[in-house]
Design a protein around this ligand. Structure first.
Ligand SMILES: [Zn+2]
Ligand SMILES: [Zn+2]
Length: 330
């Protein structure tokens, strides 16, 4: 099969992914073999490919937002031909302290799709049968792909922030995750206040129904109940904190931050304001979000790229030269 493979991490401008012919994955017990129909491109892929996350395999096929059709290993629950999604959380041990308490997103030995195991930048991919999610028929392959990480993690961020119906919610940064989260917030009748860099991101936020849109240095005109930050910047976290009412929550949706700058505790955190991080996702997050996405007819903005142009797709994400999301169609 054809695949985009990484041997050694490098800056994406050097085209570190090679398009190669490799053997189709062999079916393993407890797994399904998928014909990949689309695979979303995530910023985490970029962190892996450029080496910000340490390499764990000699050769890696990245990609963890897989839309695929079951072609082998079918089970009564997932019959042959079922269209399923695979996300970043490709498996857990089911045994650690966290798994036993229903906190599988914090599992001590997780499997990460497209990082600890091969992912979906290929014609076929192997996935654990208990970590695939049937997809709503209302979503075609291309538009389902970005939901599988950006969408689910954006949804989890809203949960971690404790968002309730009708609240005032700030989104700091407006990339792939935020542009999906806003649809859920609108369905929940929330006011949405977006601070983001870039004219095109602000235009997109306005067109998707944001209550207020400003640039990254502007403060929302109201105090917020909740905020989610998407930029890998501690300054943004502090700006979000400064926008909260007493008892409000900031959920930080970033795998790593440059730093957290010193800030004034008395003014910014006292009053039971909270800072929380968002780490991975659970299967329940995936199922609940996909159900809502189907119900509200969520349709992400997504640009398709052929597999041969995997490097270009990642470069487009890095340089913010497309709005919304990107997906590879092998
Ligand atoms: Zn575990
Ligand atoms: Zn991701």
């Amino acid at each position: 099969m054809k695949a985009a493979s990484l041997a050694s991490p490098q800056d994406i401008s050097k085209h570190p992914l090679r398009i190669v012919e490799v053997p189709k994955p062999e079916l393993a017990p407890g797994h399904v073999l998928l014909r990949v129909l689309a695979c979303g491109v995530c910023r985490t892929d970029l962190h892996i490919i450029e080496g910000e996350l340490p390499p764990l395999r000699d050769q890696l096929i990245p990609g963890h937002q897989i839309v695929g059709k079951v072609v082998d290993g079918a089970t009564p629950e997932i019959p042959m031909g079922t269209r399923v999604g695979v996300s970043w959380i490709g498996g857990t041990d089911g045994e650690c302290w966290y798994c036993q308490r229903g906190l599988e997103n914090l599992c001590d030995s997780p499997t990460f799709t497209g990082y600890t195991v091969n992912g979906g930048y290929a014609e076929y991919a192997l996935a654990r049968a208990d970590f695939v999610f049937p997809l709503p028929t209302s979503l075609d392959d291309l538009h389902a792909a970005p939901l599988l990480c950006a969408g689910i993690i954006g949804f989890r961020s809203l949960r971690v922030a404790g968002v309730e119906q009708g609240e005032r919610v700030g989104l700091f940064g407006f990339g792939a995750s935020a542009h999906l989260a806003i649809a859920v917030l609108k369905a929940w009748k929330c006011g949405v206040y977006v601070s983001t860099r870039g004219v095109s991101h602000r235009k997109l936020a306005t067109s998707l129904g944001a209550t207020w849109v400003g640039n990254e240095t502007e403060r929302p005109p109201v105090v917020l109940d909740r905020a989610v930050t998407f930029a890998p910047s501690g300054d943004v976290v502090v700006a979000a904190l400064a926008s909260l009412r007493k008892g409000g929550v900031v959920a930080i949706n970033a795998i790593h931050l440059d730093r957290i700058p010193e800030f004034d505790y008395d003014r910014l955190l006292w009053g039971e304001r909270q800072l929380r991080s968002v780490t991975n996702m659970s299967r329940a997050d995936a199922r609940d979000f996909l159900q809502i996405a189907g119900e509200i007819g969520l349709r992400p903005k997504v640009t398709p790229f052929p597999l041969d142009q995997a490097n270009e797709a990642l470069l487009a994400i890095k340089t913010d030269s497309i709005d919304g999301a990107a997906a590879i169609i092998p």
